[in-house]
Design a protein around this ligand. Sequence first.
Ligand code: PMP
Length: 423
Amino acid sequence: MARPDALLVQTAPFENLLYSKNTHAASCIHRSLGSVTIPPPACMLRPLEAPLRYLFGPGPSNVPPRVLAAGGRPIIGHLHPEMYEIMNDIKKGIQYAFQTKNNMTIAMSGSGHTAMECAVFNTVEPGESVVVAVNGIWGERVAEIAERMGARVHRMVKAPGGYYSNEEIEQTLAKHKPVLFFLTHGESSAGLVHPVDGIGDICLRHNCLFLVDSVASLGGAPLFMDEQKIDILYTGSQKALNAPPGTAPISFNERACKKMFNRKTKPVSYLLDMTHLSNYWGCDGKTARIYHHTGPVSGFFSLRESLSILAEKGLENSWRQHKEVAEYLWKGLEDLGLKLFIKDKDLRLPCVTTISIPQGYNWRELLTYIMKHHQMEMTGGLGPSVGMVLRVGLMGYNCNKANADLALAALADALKVCPKSKA
Ligand code: PMP
């Protein structure tokens, strides 16, 4: 059913024009109105409906009211001086969250994949060698992105849950002499947090840039960009940072800047070209910022607010909270008779817990039941971990013991009610 007020708003300006004068412009509008053959869809005349849900999957997570309110503030121009101030604040917030002094620190207009592509497109040229650690879906994605832009990609493949010793990494770098080595810090498809210490030094020795994905771990597990000699680090807005999806912090150190600003070829993407983005974010030392693209103003407002919450709370407190709540959840899951997919506690990602699918159960049925009866999102595996795991994420705003209890109660109920032996 059409909402009468919505129709009024739609037609009023046109009617004023149509009946005012019989000018050429008016007759053009008349003709174009008369030529509409596809009517407004009925769904567009209904108000937006989005249910309230517990987002206890691998992301996005629930957004706190403060961050929602920031995103709901009136828009300003993306090139207004106040917006530059907000972008400068975001840059400082990211530097804190990443523990870096890198000047080349910005937020991408887009999701985590945008940052992934930005990192690869800007630092690698066609024909160059890249080594990618593939122990879940994210390495596979980066390998494909690098292949698409013409890199020679060498995959180090392990089953989900697998991880790499520094010796293995060093041997592979020595063999393939890459310009870039990629590792996922928080492998959300497997629930693994990968050790990072020492890998930056190995990359430095082999004249290779160290690229790390922290989309699912930033704010939830310790990571120190400068100290751990990570050359390029990116994350997403929608996990432990609790901003809406759609912006993605990224930072490049001096070594990465040297490589990306001394290329022989232009990056394949205009939108993701760091020459332009560094100017848009005021990182190139020039006084004038030139229009490149229209940034997501509301998304930046929200991101600033979420970085502000992290700064107030403190990174150490945030890491501690994720660890404590995760340990509480792990214990509760084991008490339910469930088996955790990552056996070694120190390698478990505190943000996203993976549970081996309990024997005899159909995992899709469990998740559908939990969504229907508890209004709660949990998910199955992703990519190579599909059919292996259930995933429960308690990140940032969602990360507390009360929510862990809700998740445990929902799982206990599903295990009791869903019939067994249908897998
Ligand atoms: N890397 C990791 C580790 C992730 O968990 C995700 C999102 N699930 C991404 C990259 C991609 O982020 P986005 O969906 O925001 O593009």
